[in-house]
Design a protein around this ligand. Structure first.
Ligand code: WTA
Length: 653
């Protein structure tokens, strides 16, 4: 694999004032290097354990790890009660900002504790027990976070399903996890309009028929729109939770007690239920949040713009920030509602000091122009973060300039749903950053870039041809996934088979080393696409397309897109009966994908083609389709059965 990348030479060292007060110093690397497990034990002991652990790591059953063996803790206690007991009950935990302007609510840690206890008591009354699964399908309202913490408090696993996903995606996730309870809201605001969510829940449950595992649906009244109702099964949150007691004794669970499932796209059409457990996940979430974001809970106002439907929302809205007792902003709406000033107004109003977002949003702000941030006082910002895809150097520099007065450090954080927490990132008071590079593994974390045979690549100069290797994690880490729900074989096959001999985890990303040995992550090299930071597999979209009665065959590729990172390009062969109204068909297919998966999975382009390029063994050559989608000269076509198919494909563009 070779690629040409040109990037700026400039290096950004931390400002001396920042470095002088930073939580993390160079010593953290030395300490982790000296004794990795002792280092992690020390990080784990930042948490409150009911029973101390006896061993740091048991890797004897690899790739199934056990961290902090023998320890017991309650995750919700660590995120809430602990801060109240330490005398910080009056500190604001969440400044919640609704999508409608002036819809806002601030919740202190003491209030959050009462709410979580009430919700936990309510869920227990609804029959929920430790080990049960709960699907949460909600907009960004405080109740979503309260519901997650209430599950954690009871030892039940939450499976948060992004509220932008379709009823059919929700159904598949409820079914796979066998969720007993669904927590949702009547509706959600989308750019000013209230749209139903509960209808989707009803559709999902109806689709499961007599086999539905769902006993109850707990519904938060958010928009007040008309809501279909099933008596007995459905309960209003505001008619149950407020009546419950604020007293609830948290039970201590084993460090390896499951905490949550989060479904993510893999290389097949079936989403994987990524499983995380308690002690290790919370340790690394808390440690990375403290050090990468340089959190000072007494003074900082932190804002992560992710949705709780994704892992970033789990780790850096719920478990990381709350375990560290920080004050944070949680915003319900989109950046353009009611206009493009919204994020900047929020930063200004709440004095946000740490802002964590995705490159795709930075590029959107760039498109809107410098004058928008320039109209606001953003001087409270002292640290910026990026996650979800490689951030292009131009966007990096613009972000620092427009948001950070060209002074603030930027932490470009590489991690995955599977890693649970940040793995590769600068430390803001230590690292000299190169825009576009996530730099080095954090203290305690080990990663390598290797070739096909597992040999480590050498550092490469900044200009010219680059050799791309595989990004691997060669040592277990506390917040690593503990498996794929119900499918141990798939877990081993997906992550641990590529470098089975060495016992390494293969992340699915391509990467290279830069001149100074820093890591440049180049993106997925499997069949997973990254659309605005959302993971969508080619197989999922293909299966939605061929699900349509007019489609005979479909092939999907991710093509480079200036705005969304990658965009979905589909090539379809129609059944003879469906020929004729091709334009209508394309519109219909885009709608079908939105219905089956989510509007975020709608292809940017659908090409109706007479044939797909295949090898003699019948494999679709996606590499060639990617060449077509990106308007490049075709690569090697010698293995194609019929090289002339490309003329027909080109003609269809
Ligand atoms: C990509 C999101 C480059 C990568 C936390 C990874 C990144 C996938 C970065 C995981 C980054 C995430 N630089 N690429 N800073 N952060 N990625 O599971 O391809 O939604 O494998 O987790 O996003 O996406 P996921």
């Amino acid at each position: 694999m070779t690629e040409t990348h040109v990037e700026a030479q400039s290096v950004y060292p931390p400002a001396p004032e920042f470095a002088a007060n930073a939580n993390a110093t160079e010593a953290l690397y030395e300490q982790a290097e000296a004794d990795r497990l002792a280092f992690w034990a020390e990080q784990a002991n930042r948490l409150a354990w009911d029973t101390p652990f006896t061993d740091v790591l048991d890797w004897s059953d690899a790739p199934f790890a056990k961290w902090f063996v023998g320890g017991k803790l309650n995750v919700a206690y660590n995120c809430v009660d602990r801060h109240v007991e330490a005398g910080n009950g009056d500190r604001v935990a969440i400044h919640w900002v609704g999508e409608p302007v002036d819809d806002a609510r601030s919740i202190t840690y003491a209030e959050l504790k009462d709410e979580v206890c009430r919700a936990a008591n309510t869920l227990a009354d609804l029959g929920l027990r430790s080990g049960d699964r709960v699907a949460i399908y909600m907009p960004m309202v405080p109740e979503a976070i309260i519901a997650m913490l209430a599950c954690a408090r009871l030892g039940a696993m939450h499976s948060v399903v992004f509220a932008g996903f379709s009823a059919s995606a929700l159904k598949a996730r409820i079914e796979d996890a066998q969720a007993k309870l669904v927590i949702t809201s009547d509706g959600q605001y989308r750019r000013g309009a209230a749209v139903s969510l509960k209808e989707g829940v009803d559709e999902a449950i109806a689709g499961l028929g007599d086999d539905s595992p769902v006993e109850h649906v707990l519904v938060v009244r958010r928009t007040g729109i008309d809501t279909p109702w099933t008596d007995g099964r459905d309960k209003w949150w505001d008619e149950t939770v407020p009546n419950a007691s604020t007293e609830h004794t948290p039970e201590a669970f084993d460090s390896e007690h499951p905490l949550f499932l989060l479904y993510t796209s893999g290389t097949t059409g079936k989403p994987k239920g990524i499983m995380h457990t308690s002690g290790g996940y919370l340790t690394q979430s808390s440690y990375t949040h403290h050090n990468v974001f340089d959190i000072k809970p007494e003074t900082d106002v932190y804002w992560c713009t992710a949705d709780i439907g994704w892992v970033t929302g789990h780790t850096y809205i719920v478990y990381g920030p709350l375990s560290n007792g920080v004050t944070q902003v949680v915003y319900e709406g989109t950046p353009a509602s009611p206009n493009e000033h919204r994020h900047f107004e929020i930063i200004e109003k709440y004095g946000v000091s740490i802002y964590y977002t995705a490159p795709t949003l930075v590029r959107t702000f760039m498109k809107w122009g410098r004058q928008i941030p320039a109209e606001h006082d953003l001087s409270s910002l002292r640290l910026l973060g990026s996650v979800g895809e490689p951030i292009n150097p131009e966007a990096w520099r613009w972000y620092r300039m427009a948001f950070g007065a060209d002074k603030t450090p930027i932490v470009d954080t590489w991690w995955q749903t599977e890693t649970g927490a940040i793995m590769i990132s600068p430390l803001p008071g230590v690292t000299e950053c190169k825009p576009g590079s996530a730099m080095r593994p954090l203290p305690g974390i080990s990663a390598k870039i290797v070739d096909d045979d597992g040999n480590e690549l050498a550092p490469q100069p900044d200009h010219g041809e680059h050799v791309t290797g595989y990004l691997v994690l060669d040592k277990p880490w506390p917040s690593m996934l503990r498996g794929i729900w119900g499918d141990d074989e798939r877990f081993k096959e997906t992550y641990w088979s590529r470098f089975a001999e060495q016992g390494w985890y293969f992340a699915g990303d391509g990467a290279r080393y830069g001149t100074d040995g820093e890591i440049w992550v180049l993106g997925r090299i499997d069949d997973v696409m990254n659309i605005s930071g959302h993971r969508i597999s080619t197989a999922e979209v293909e299966s939605a397309l061929v699900g349509h009665s007019g489609v005979a065959e479909a092939a999907v590729v991710g093509a480079t897109d200036e705005h969304t990172g990658q965009a979905i390009c589909a090539f379809v062969i129609l059944k003879s009966s469906a020929h004729g109204g091709e334009k209508n068909m394309v519109d219909e297919l885009r709608a079908e994908v939105a219905r089956e998966i989510s509007p975020i999975a709608k292809p940017r382009e659908i090409h109706v083609v007479p044939e797909l390029p295949k090898t003699r063994s019948g494999k679709i050559m996606r590499r060639l389709l990617r060449d077509v989608a990106e308007g490049r000269e075709l690569g090697d076509t010698s293995t194609l059965v019929d090289p002339s198919v490309f003329e027909a494909i080109r003609a269809s563009k």
